[in-house]
Design a protein around this ligand. Sequence first.
Ligand SMILES: [Zn+2]
Length: 350
Amino acid sequence: MKAWMFAAVLGIATYSAKAQGGGGAAPSLYPVVQGKTYRFEKITEGVYYATGGGGSNDPIIVNDRDVLIVDDGSTPAAARALIEDLKLITDKPVRYVVNTHFHYDHTDGNSVFPPDVDIIAHEYARTAILTFDVLSREPYKTSQGTRVATLISSLTKQVADETDAARKAALMKQLAAAQNNLEQLKEIKPTPPNVTYASKMVLHKGQREIQLLFLGRGHTGGDTVVYLPKERIVCTGDLMETGVAYMGDAFFDEWVTTLEALKKLDFTLVLPGHGTPFSDKGHITAFQSYLTDVTKQVADLRRQGVSPEDAAQRVDLRSHQKDFPQIQRPGADLRGVRHMYEWMDERNNR
Ligand SMILES: [Zn+2]
């Protein structure tokens, strides 16, 4: 999950421009192959970064005989679009999918893959998908379920009220896209990974070594980092995004420690679950500092007896704006703050 998804929860105005994927993609430093839905940036030989599907960004690793994809988007339709567009860069079959964590925008494409495809994740991700009732809880609930329903009813009303023909036509187009999105959500069948590991797993594919590493809890209880030691590339999922990640399932202090372990790996490029590729380990330090700050501010407000709702309005993280430009005003995602209260309650009761 990335920052605009929070905005989408708060105000639907941001949705239509961004959630459609491709539109407005940042210029790339890498050679680009543009598919119908996904854009592939060629990072190095056999390593691509797929963006534009409206959910996770998906690193693609093309091996001698097969393909491994890291995360598979928010819907079966998105995963099918990815598989279709992949034909532009390789004719090898997808043999492995890695789910960096259990959230819908990284796993809800799982159901389209045939049983001979290994869907690999940390064992926590399998437990989460099997037991958390993921379609009834956050982050799916408001980011997908109620958001799309609210958008449809709002657009339906706007279409009815609009008198200008051109604007009405534009609104109807948005409404059709939202209705299409709703149909795509109905197709979701949460599908757990069929291969799990606990701390480390290594795939040797010809000359390529692909390490799946659990470095500790953080964004969720089971985040996988995909590390290519020879290429010195690390795919971080939402453990480390370019922007500020969703915090509704986070283990806040452990996350800071896990990011410290991440920084110890020998890499020169991060392919994050959302955002754009980056090289600067200092950006990870900046996010550690953000996490420490938000945790401290929320803890202070909680001690003062402030409700999570008010705390989510009052925390002020603008001092991190130079590293995370999307922080434009005071406040933080309520789901993250609520979770932080629960997490602090639990720790106090231990
Ligand atoms: Zn995500």
